[in-house]
Design a protein around this ligand. Structure first.
Ligand code: COA
Length: 330
């Protein structure tokens, strides 16, 4: 079986990480935890946390400017901004519109995608669709997450796992030699309450009492999420590889969602990809939700881990539940 040829190219990428590095021991200021527990259960050593006044849109603007500059594309050449976030700066309007204003992408339509940790791969597929259909010439696909704003800093089962950051990519139609080869996306809303915010929104509006109960913050059933993550990412890898006409043996590098080293190891094992071909940065950044994959992709391109000619498999999983995978040819 021959590999399908990619219609849409990843022209450039960029990333932004807040300056503040927070160690596992630093978290003892908030919760009863320790470095050994966090390292062995998750692989996380440090994470970056945004300043209190730092906005998700501002982080996205820095990552986007870098990606646009590397592509030699002016902001007013962008036709569409598709921004993934589970932590919008406000509920209305979208963070994408704030980003549009910050970078002066004067001709771009802009909207948010909410698929939690899977959001950037979902957004990449949407960008690919606009370009392949001839509805846009240049698309900016961004993920930005200020997880620190929705964490319950008294809950040690969640607050130690996450970090803040942003990643961006510029997409254009290519010549068929490189870019997005295949993708697969799925969801199961019956499992919404495994990873959610109980209050806020029309269904359960915020009240002072609900805020006092911390219901506006993130809640997670860790063990259930773990099991579902491994199962779903394994399925997504199978589907995306099959659609690409490839097997795990053809893959030069895997960039999985960076939630937990044990989930990453199990997924790689299932996909038949040895750990020396898996890009890992969860140790440095924790889980940056949908920003994890574009930040890892940008680092892997910059540090030379990804070389021209390589085939890369990315897989993700998150609240919703949502999951997916994508194959890229570089
Ligand atoms: N520090 C120290 N102890 C902690 C702790 C922390 N930060 N968090 C939990 N514990 C304790 C628990 O209270 C529990 O103690 P108990 O046995 O006395 O009740 C013990 O550690 C074991 O907790 P458990 O939840 O069973 O641990 P686990 O091995 O399942 O690991 C996770 C917990 C969260 C690391 C793991 O379930 C996981 O990674 N799940 C997936 C989460 C995820 O990636 N979510 C995002 C998806 S996009």
């Amino acid at each position: 079986m021959s590999m399908s040829s990619p219609a849409v190219e990843i022209v450039s990428t960029g990333r932004y990480l807040p300056d503040r590095i927070v160690t596992n021991d630093d978290l003892r200021e908030f919760v009863d935890t320790n470095d050994e527990w966090i390292r062995t259960r998750t692989g996380i050593v440090t994470r970056r946390l945004a300043r209190e006044d730092e906005l998700a849109a501002e982080m996205a603007a820095t990552a986007s400017r870098i990606a646009l500059e590397r592509a030699g594309i002016a902001p007013d050449e962008v036709d569409a901004i598709i921004l993934s976030t589970a932590t919008p700066d406000r509920l209305l309007p979208s963070t994408a519109c704030d980003l549009q204003a910050l970078i002066a992408a004067d001709r771009a339509m802009a909207f948010d995608v909410q698929a939690a940790c899977s959001g950037w791969l979902y957004a990449m597929s949407m960008g690919e669709g606009y370009l392949a259909a001839g509805r846009a010439e240049t698309v900016l696909v961004v993920a930005t997450e200020k997880m620190s704003a929705i964490l319950d800093w008294t809950d040690r089962t969640t607050c130690v796992l996450f970090g803040d950051g942003s990643g961006a990519a510029v997409l254009k139609r290519g010549d068929g030699s490189k870019g997005i080869v295949s993708s697969f996306h799925a969801s199961d809303g019956r499992l919404a309450e495994l990873l959610w915010r109980k209050s806020g929104g029309a269904k359960v509006p915020l009240t002072p009492e609900r805020v006092a109960e911390r219901e506006h913050l993130m809640l997670m059933s860790g063990r259930e999420i773990f099991k579902n993550a491994v199962r779903s990412m394994a399925q997504a890898c199978d589907e995306a590889l099959e659609r690409a006409g490839l097997t795990g043996d053809d893959i030069d590098l895997m960039i999985p969602h960076q939630a937990n080293i044990r989930i990453i190891e199990s997924t790689a094992k299932y996909a038949g990809i040895p750990m020396d071909k898996v890009y890992v940065n969860v140790d440095r950044y924790g889980n940056m939700s949908s920003a994890s994959i574009p930040v890892a992709l940008d680092e892997a391109l910059e540090d030379g881990t990804i070389e021209s000619g390589m085939k890369v498999l990315s897989a993700t999983f998150g609240a919703g539940l949502t999951w997916g995978a994508m194959v890229w040819q570089f």
